[in-house]
Design a protein around this ligand. Structure first.
Ligand SMILES: NC(=O)C1=CN([C@@H]2O[C@H](COP(=O)(O)OP(=O)(O)OC[C@H]3O[C@@H](n4cnc5c(N)ncnc54)[C@H](OP(=O)(O)O)[C@@H]3O)[C@@H](O)[C@H]2O)C=CC1
Ligand SMILES: O=C(CO)COP(=O)(O)O
Length: 346
């Protein structure tokens, strides 16, 4: 059955997901807060700033009318940057009450909110009616918009406390090149997605500085160890970090030129300033604000996250990258595994 879906956010990921849903035969309203995008998306069927040289399905429609987008929607999918989710949800809340609808709430944002340190589903639960909370679905995994646009085979997790809601989202998105797996570990999936962006900035920086493959593998593997350490402390299942939203997304973000986080790091490695790389990206670099939240959480919870902390020092304290790498390598020796991997029997 055709579902009505409101996709909120017409950046690179929102417009590609909306386009995919149209191709899957769904009725989609792509909401943007920027009226300048409407003629381009609806008439030329492009979104050149966010997705150069890509032609959308002619039936994809964008709107600035949030009420029209969410009225009677079966699903509302938030795809704005993490730090914009709260303000968009606050605009949606009164519209839901006025329309008396009970849509599935989903999101595809990858970060931790500045200030509150909340995961995105926690932000949504903070703002939206309690009757919708248990059905919030997170979709996340190794998935650059640029590759999905060209129908590269892509796999994601659809995580929710409600298997019914996760399965409904899975069905809407699945097609011959896009495959979703349900997952009940919302905490782990959201943390994997958010924390890998910080590590990806580090991977880009190593590339920019000319480090080789051994160093990049070391960063990813030890980065994953500390992502898992913080995740477990916050209630995630450690197994989630070897899944799509952990190792999967870490690989794609730490190795792809499409990654905004990797490109930001690469610019830093080549000697650009933080301000310059952020200003020139023209798209969100989630790992920048998440690095600060991770710094705060790690200190608060007493979790050792040396790589994320080094990246924080580069981003916020002007620490020279080579110096933080030297400091990391001079740390005392330690065992490889310092946490218990549950669920695995000897
Ligand atoms: N790009 C990708 O490949 C993927 C991205 N993601 C995640 O999806 C989320 C969105 O990323 P992405 O699409 O890349 O981001 P972009 O920077 O490409 O686009 C963000 C969009 O959100 C809009 N926006 C920003 N602030 C607000 C606001 N306060 N109210 C309404 N709209 C707003 C922007 O509008 P404006 O043009 O006015 O700035 C823009 O249209 C991020 O959390 C990202 O990590 C996840 C998987 C893949
Ligand atoms: O999460 C992503 C790919 O899975 C997108 O990463 P970037 O935001 O770094 O482009």
């Amino acid at each position: 059955m055709v579902k009505k879906i409101a996709v909120l956010g017409a950046g690179s990921w929102g417009s590609v997901l909306a386009n995919l849903l149209v191709e899957n035969g769904q009725q989609v309203a792509l909401w943007t807060h920027d009226p300048k995008q409407i003629p381009e998306i609806n008439t030329q069927h492009t979104n050149q700033h966010y997705l150069p040289n890509f032609q959308f399905h002619p039936e994809l429609r964008a709107t600035v009318d949030l009420n029209a987008a969410v009225a009677d929607a079966d699903v509302i999918l938030f795809v704005v940057p993490t730090n914009a989710v709260r303000s968009v949800a606050e605009q949606v809340r009164p519209l839901l009450a006025a329309n008396g609808t009970q849509p599935i709430i989903a999101h595809a944002a990858k970060g931790l909110e500045r200030g509150s340190k909340a995961r995105v589903s926690q932000v949504l639960a903070d703002v939206l009616p309690a009757s919708l909370h248990s059905g919030i679905v997170v979709i996340s995994g190794p998935s650059h918009a640029e590759d999905v646009a060209t129908k590269d085979i892509t796999t994601l997790a659809a995580a929710s406390e409600s298997l019914a809601a996760a399965t409904a989202i899975q069905k809407l998105f699945m097609n011959p090149y896009f495959r979703l797996y349900t997952n009940s570990d919302v905490i782990g999936v959201e943390l994997g997605a958010a924390l890998k962006n910080v590590i990806a900035i580090g991977a880009g920086a190593l590339h920019g500085l000319g480090y080789g493959d051994n160093t990049k593998a070391a960063l990813m593997t030890r980065g994953l160890a500390e992502m898992t350490r913080l995740g477990v402390k916050l209630g995630a299942d450690p197994m989630t970090f070897i899944g799509l939203s952990g190792v999967g997304d870490l690989i794609v973000t730490c190795t792809s030129v499409h990654s905004r986080n990797w490109r930001a790091g690469n610019g830093l490695g080549q000697g650009q300033t933080v301000q310059a790389v952020l200003a020139n990206m023209g798209m969100v670099v989630e790992g920048y604000s998440t690095a600060k939240v991770v710094h705060e959480l790690a200190a608060e919870l007493g979790v050792e996250m040396p790589i994320s902390e080094a990246i924080y020092q580069v981003l916020y304290q002007d620490a020279p990258i080579r110096e933080v790498i030297t400091n990391l390598m001079q740390r005392a020796g330690k065992p490889e595994f310092d946490f218990q991997v549950t669920g695995l029997q000897k």
